[in-house]
Design a protein around this ligand. Structure first.
Ligand code: HEM
Length: 479
């Protein structure tokens, strides 16, 4: 017999605010380090607890069996909570919602139009030549910018971010944006794209947990979001028009027959011009900070773990002849590279609180009857660091992900590590993100020996988790 929802434990609440004051100056926690609060709550309450934050109640899960139950019941149109500011701007400015914010059938129709094209295991390989070139330019940038004595690149994270932007730009807009160029003019499209996308993302991040003043007023952050979104939309329209001219009149409505993502989007009669702009802007903005943070943490862990870095260097040297462009078959034959990335995701899980869903049906979770519609957070970040699931959880041990090498290390159970989410609503950019990270890591490890000699880097939660300190990784050319 399940216990009632009201019996579920959780932090003490006060009227109106719930336990939100715990994250202000009055309390011990901060939203930007929510993962640390969750760890404490997990130790206090166990595998399930509920927390009331203002009007919203979040059910926090830490048990892979419960997480599997939520996903199995999620149905055809999984519902994930949106970024609040996006909904307000949609209503007030008449911005159309993108794939990440739409719900129900409207979401399903947009997702269906690009699902096969983006989720097919070989989906990203069409972009391998273009993204190889971007990674080569990124490498050259690092060679130019590194300090010859310390080996460090000042503002490394901002270069990694520009790399991610340039690389996903080849997919979304079928062109080189030029954001990694050194001498960008203030009024150039590349510069506008950097400032617009950053303004938009920054506003989303800063309003995510803050009191929603923008509901009532046009706050500074709200205006920043609107200006950024307008800037991105204008540029996207310009790139899409240029691409349309380049592809010529595309008459086919069959996206599978078009090998480039953008030609398929533009030829899809089910998508209006506005839909195409929204889709590409949504994908583009979702693909920048996410990939930049994941790549940054992977570089950091490899720099801190010379033996593992050397093992990766040996794999790269064996599989890819020096000076050769990276091919699909090279990537297929690099299990250690993939294991390093997974292990980095485990130590620095990319989204605070893991994947989120609104519960589709009344469901028994952790012995409590949780009502339909409850917001569920699957706290992979905390689970990924538990000894119960991962031996020596604090250590960077890529071997744990390799079946043949993991004799001494327990294999992780399912539903504990899902850096790209799960099910029909999982990350649609996964193949592209992975390819960008593979390319950059291969080229960097091939060229440099990395070292890190500063304070440990932790995480702060933005939309994605990000390094909380400058990435002072020293890069020393191998020969
Ligand atoms: C390492 C990089 C990335 C990580 C860790 C990541 C992670 C995630 C996660 C956890 C979700 C939520 C999944 C769920 O609810 O089950 C998501 C959704 C999404 N991601 Fe990514 N992502 C990354 C890169 C990208 C890239 C490169 C793109 C664009 C090409 C992208 C586009 C999206 C979109 C559009 C959604 C919403 C999908 C939907 O609601 O149907 N992501 N991502």
């Amino acid at each position: 017999m399940a216990l009632p929802f009201s019996a579920m434990p959780g932090p003490r609440c006060v009227p109106i605010f719930g336990s939100a004051l715990n994250y202000t100056k009055l309390g011990p926690y901060r939203f930007e380090r929510l993962h640390l609060a969750k760890l404490e709550y997990y130790q206090r309450y166990g595998r399930i607890y509920k927390e009331k934050l203002g009007p919203m109640t979040v059910v926090n899960l830490f048990d892979p069996v419960d997480i599997a139950k939520v996903f199995r019941g999620e149905g055809k149109y999984p519902k994930r909570p949106p970024m609040p500011i996006v909904y307000i701007a949609e209503k007030r400015e008449k911005f159309a919602l993108g794939i990440g914010s739409l719900q129900g059938e409207a979401w399903f129709n947009v997702r269906k139009s690009v699902q096969k094209m983006m989720m097919h295991p070989r989906a990203a390989s069409v972009y391998l030549p273009a993204q190889n070139e971007v990674a080569d330019d990124f490498l050259q940038l690092l060679l130019d910018k590194r300090d010859r004595t310390s080996g460090e690149v000042s503002e490394l994270f901002s270069y990694v971010t520009k790399y991610a932007m340039e690389s996903i730009g080849t997919v979304c807009f079928n062109t080189r944006l030029g954001v990694m160029d050194d001498d960008l003019c203030l009024g150039s499209d590349a510069n506008k794209m950097i400032s617009s996308s950053q303004a938009m993302f920054d506003a989303v991040q800063k309003t995510m947990y803050a009191f929603p003043w923008y509901h009532f007023f046009r706050t500074r952050l709200y205006s920043q979001f609107v200006t950024g979104k307008r800037g991105c939309n204008e540029l996207a329209l310009k790139y899409l028009n240029a691409a349309r001219e380049k592809f010529g009149e595309v008459s086919s409505n069959d996206s599978e027959n078009n090998d480039s993502f953008l030609s398929a989007v533009l030829s899809n009669k089910a998508l209006s011009n506005e839909d195409a702009v929204n889709l590409t802007v949504d994908l583009f903005t979702a693909g920048i900070d996410s990939t930049a943070s994941a790549l940054s943490f992977a570089l950091y862990h490899l720099a801190k773990n010379p033996a593992e870095q050397e093992k990766l260097y040996q794999e790269i040297s064996t599989v890819i002849p020096r000076g050769c462009s990276v091919s699909v078959s090279h990537i297929d034959n690099m299990p250690y590279l993939k294991a390093c990335i997974k292990e980095s995701f485990r130590l620095n899980f990319p989204v605070e609180g893991g994947t989120r869903r609104f519960l589709e049906e009344d469901t028994v979770l952790g012995g409590y009857m949780v009502p339909k519609g409850a917001l569920i957070a699957m706290n992979n970040q905390v689970m990924c660091l538990q000894e119960e699931y991962f031996e020596r959880p604090e250590e960077f041990l890529p071997e744990r992900w390799l079946k043949k090498d993991s004799r001494d290390i327990q294999a992780p159970p399912p539903f504990v590590m899902m850096p790209f989410g799960y099910g029909p609503r999982m990350c649609i950019g996964r193949r592209f993100a992975e390819q960008e990270i593979y390319l950059a890591l291969i080229k960097i490890v091939q060229t440099f020996r990395m070292e890190y000699h500063h304070e440990p880097i932790g995480m702060i939660n933005r939309v994605f988790t990000m390094p909380d300190k400058a990435l002072r990784i020293a890069l020393f050319p191998r020969d």
